[in-house]
Design a protein around this ligand. Structure first.
Ligand SMILES: Cc1cc2nc3c(=O)[nH]c(=O)nc-3n(C[C@H](O)[C@H](O)[C@H](O)COP(=O)(O)OP(=O)(O)OC[C@H]3O[C@@H](n4cnc5c(N)ncnc54)[C@H](O)[C@@H]3O)c2cc1C
Ligand SMILES: Cc1cc2nc3c(=O)[nH]c(=O)nc-3n(C[C@H](O)[C@H](O)[C@H](O)COP(=O)(O)O)c2cc1C
Length: 449
């Protein structure tokens, strides 16, 4: 009886809400009819959802939301990690901008969405959507996640506003097509084209081979400075994009190893060899071909997801291998500069004698206590191969203790082998739900390639 009494007003409210909703819908249908069939979107809430690893999709999502806003639409750019079942059920118009990682996989930010929501039987028949899929045709599964997302939305009953647009390595034509469609939705067809940021002219001021005699490919520490003018600002974790003369339309990314107050931009570049023995377009240019007077076309790219951000106040566990030390070195240098010594570096390479990159600096930090722990895994120094993930398993107790103290975990380096192995070791030590929670909190971040 009590239950009936308490639910009765709720029913009334529910009925009222339904009637109001129906009235609203009728008004929109009438209004759409009056506008010659176009849906009246002026009062609709648009979500522009980005699934990004290194920030390109996020930048495009913000520009897309801004373009919708110029047409008077209420639009918000949100990370896909913030899109749960309720938010999706409440949304009516969603534009997705999704990149692809690994072998056709979702970026880290989208892993929970792909794992939970995209395997559920949600009804999305109320939803209108469009997908901009970012990818690279050099990968077998081109735009794999964007395609999977598009197929899932259609399968769940959502209605496409226009066909999915695939973007190969930032292709300007594909982006202009997306911009045109979004402009049409916003009712503003005259917005200027989005330009990619311009490259600056840089020069190599120093270059040293860091692993002479190595069984692996040569790895160089390359220091650059602007050909003219002051050094621009960047933060630890950011990326440099280099446009190589042999392939100028397709920039290559490099993690920045130095801080602006060191007076130069430093990279750790592994010289890549193609199957025919010729050097890689960008690594060949940076490591051997470019000479001091040559201009290197380079631009900086903020990599928000790999910056310290709020983690500057937490202990840091930095894990990586090979050239991945570049990104980790930038983060450690920033922390040491800020007086934080609760830093733990786990680094892996092949042989200690040839491949202990930045040895003097890392050992100096360890001896002065600026690095609390330095754990090294030289895979080929003993009969059995031993990698950074194996060291991590040996240090399971310390890892749990640091995680309990609120530590953040940053991983930088090879996607193949290292990142997967480290991920599995972290899952085994902390448990998959805890690792997922750390990722959602921004306490587990990866810059892997
Ligand atoms: C976020 C991020 C950060 C990165 N950070 C670093 C870093 O700090 N240090 C670093 O060294 N690298 C880093 N990389 C990798 C870097 O961007 C380049 O991919 C790498 O240097 C190779 O580029 P390249 O132009 O020298 O080689 P490419 O010319 O692109 O060739 C690369 C490989 O592709 C194959 N290939 C491509 N085209 C051909 C062709 N026409 N014929 C035959 N084979 C071909 C070959 O196997 C070759 O080895 C990072 C990548 C990402 C995404
Ligand atoms: C390690 C790595 C793996 C990638 N895997 C794929 C892939 O399987 N398919 C694809 O189309 N693009 C792939 N890409 C390309 C990215 O999707 C593309 O560079 C995208 O523009 C990145 O966008 P973001 O900055 O928003 O993360 C990969 C890139 C990297 C660095």
């Amino acid at each position: 009886m009590t239950a009936l009494l308490t639910t009765e007003p709720l029913r009334l409210v529910g009925a009222l809400a339904l009637s109001l909703g129906w009235l609203g819908l009728s008004y929109r249908m009438w209004s759409a009819h009056r506008n010659g069939g176009a849906m009246d979107t002026k009062d609709a809430d648009w979500l522009v959802v980005h699934a990004s690893q290194t920030g390109s999709a996020e930048v495009l999502a913000k520009r897309t939301a801004a373009l919708l806003a110029t047409g008077g639409l209420a639009a918000h750019a949100v990370c896909i990690s913030a899109l749960d079942r309720d938010r999706l059920a409440a949304a009516t118009r969603v534009l997705f901008i999704a990149s692809t990682y690994g072998e056709g996989d979702a970026p880290d930010t989208a892993a929970p969405f792909a794992g939970r929501l995209m395997t559920s039987g949600l009804d999305l028949s109320h939803l209108h959507y469009a997908v901009l899929a970012l990818g690279d045709k050099n990968y077998a599964n081109y735009c794999g996640f964007g395609r999977a997302l598009d197929a899932w939305l259609a399968q769940r009953g959502a209605t496409p506003l226009f066909d999915r647009i695939d973007v190969d390595r930032g292709d300007a034509h594909a982006l202009a097509e997306w911009q045109h469609h979004v402009g049409r939705l916003a009712g503003t067809d005259d917005a200027p084209d989005w330009d990619a940021p311009a490259y600056g002219a840089w020069r190599i001021v120093a270059r040293t081979l860091e692993n002479p005699g190595s069984a692996g490919a040569p790895l160089y520490r390359v220091a650059l400075a602007p050909a003219a003018g002051a050094l621009p600002a960047w933060e630890a974790g950011d990326l440099a994009q280099v446009s190589p003369p042999a392939d100028p339309d397709h920039p290559r990314e490099y993690s920045i190893a130095s801080l602006p107050d060191e007076g130069r931009l430093e990279l750790l570049v592994r010289l890549q060899k193609r199957d025919d023995g010729s050097p890689g377009a960008a690594s060949g240019w940076l490591c051997v071909q470019a000479d001091t007077p040559d201009v290197v076309r380079l631009r900086l790219r903020a990599h928000e997801r790999f910056r310290l951000g709020g983690n500057a106040r937490r202990p840091l566990i930095a894990i990586g291998n090979g050239s991945g030390l570049a990104g980790l070195r930038g983060l450690l240098k920033a922390r040491i500069g800020a007086g934080r010594h609760d830093n733990w570096l786990l680094f892996g390479e092949r042989n200690q004698i040839h491949d202990f990159l930045l040895r003097a600096e890392l050992q100096g930090w360890k001896e002065s206590g600026q690095l609390a722990h330095l754990d090294l895994a030289f895979s080929r120094d003993q009969a059995e191969r031993r990698y950074v993930q194996d060291v991590l398993r040996d240090r399971a107790d310390r890892l749990r203790e640091w995680a309990d103290r609120g530590a953040a975990i940053y991983v930088c380096g090879s996607l193949q082998g290292m990142a997967g192995g480290v991920h599995e070791a972290l899952q085994a030590i902390l448990g998959a739900p805890r690792l997922d929670a750390l990722a959602a909190e921004g306490r587990y971040r990866r810059d892997v390639y």
